[in-house]
Design a protein around this ligand. Structure first.
Ligand code: SAM
Ligand code: SF4
Length: 329
């Protein structure tokens, strides 16, 4: 799949549920209305959808959400993706998770061919963790991380940089990830979805975080890439990497190789734009994949050049109304 700007689209991020056991302040509102089950694709439909994207040249697939490990029988999907890995039609299956259910799924994920996972941890302080996630239990996540490491999964910790919340803790996270053998990826908050709060209060530019990290750590720019938008530096003292995802201070759209599908089968060609394509209708129209493949081709042909996120106080509504948990982070 080549888009109008000559970018090869080989990476699919698939949200398998909009539900979550946490309510992270920057991601969701305290009270969320989740989708009715009939709107959500079944595991068989998700698997068929993945097959169509693989047929169209997707080589890397990330399962995300909401919290993907909360989806009942989710391992059925991982097992079906494992078949594509074994056949060599897919290079990699990865997962983004909050870690709450990781302890019981780590072994099976590894057995299904998953080798790298991203686990979101914004703070190592149990009370602060509870406050940021509104209901998460840090110990449970740490147990999940330990189980994942024990079975041999490579782990990248995702941390959203939050002004006044974890900004003084980033050095500790670098040191802890170094001790644990994890990479760390820092993320700027993006204005996605109504969170019933003011995002300008949370936004912390990573340019500032990086400058501060430079006071305590020797950071050497790295050419390492995972196929994602993060730019990495080696931390000399820990021997691990720290990544920076900076949608607000640096636009990374030129090298965009990805699209996203929600759990209802809506294809978003850009995280920061509203144009979308409905894949559920062609998927449910019948057993033939022809209408589905045509809908995918049509959508890729209008992938936009890029996003234009701005956080400022004036527009009370976010530019993109859907939450990250719907599109899949
Ligand atoms: N529940 C899983 C988790 O938390 O890892 C997967 C889905 S979550 C939406 C994926 C990633 O998006 C997480 O690392 C989360 O911190 C990040 N995220 C959510 N809302 C965000 C926002 N408004 N800006 C930046 N990152 C966000
Ligand atoms: Fe749930 Fe992940 Fe969103 Fe937190 S960031 S509320 S864990 S989907």
């Amino acid at each position: 799949m080549i888009d109008p700007f000559g970018r090869e689209i080989s990476y699919l991020r698939l949200s398998v549920t909009d539900r979550c056991d946490f309510r992270c302040q920057y991601c969701m509102a305290e009270s969320m209305t989740f989708l009715p089950k009939s709107d959500v694709l079944s595991l068989e439909e998700l698997s068929r959808l993945c097959g169509a994207f693989i047929k169209r040249g997707v080589r890397k697939l990330r399962v995300t959400g909401g919290e993907p490990l909360l989806r009942r029988n989710i391992m059925v999907l991982f097992r079906s993706l494992a078949r594509h890995l074994e056949a060599g039609t897919l290079d990699e299956v990865t997962l983004t998770t909050n870690g709450s259910q990781l302890a019981r799924h780590a072994r099976e994920l590894f057995d299904c061919g998953v080798r790298r996972i991203n686990v979101s941890v914004d703070t190592l302080d149990p009370e602060r963790f509870r406050a940021v996630t509104r209901r998460g239990n840090l110990d449970q996540v740490l147990e999940g991380l330990a189980a994942a490491r024990a079975v041999g999964l490579a782990i990248k910790v995702n941390t959203v940089a939050l002004k006044g919340i974890n900004e003084r803790e980033i050095d500790d996270l670098v040191a802890w990830c170094g001790d644990q053998g994890f990479d760390l990826c820092l993320i700027e908050t993006m204005p996605l979805g109504d969170i019933q709060g003011d995002r300008t209060d949370q936004y912390l530019p990573l340019s500032l975080v990086r400058r501060r990290l430079g006071e305590h750590w020797t950071l050497i720019d790295s050419t390492y890439r995972t196929g994602g938008p993060a730019r990495y530096a080696e931390v000399v003292e820990t021997g691990r990497r720290v990544g920076f995802i900076t949608p607000m201070t640096h636009n990374f759209c030129e090298s965009c190789n990805r699209v996203r599908v929600t759990c209802t089968g809506t294809l978003f060609m850009c995280l920061g734009q509203n144009d979308a394509a409905d894949l559920r209708t062609p998927l449910r129209a019948g057993a033939s994949d022809i209408p589905l493949l045509a809908a995918i081709d049509d959508a890729i042909a209008r992938k936009p050049k890029g996003h234009d996120f701005v956080i400022d106080r004036r527009p009370a509504r976010p530019i993109v109304a859907r939450h990250m948990s719907a599109t899949g982070g």
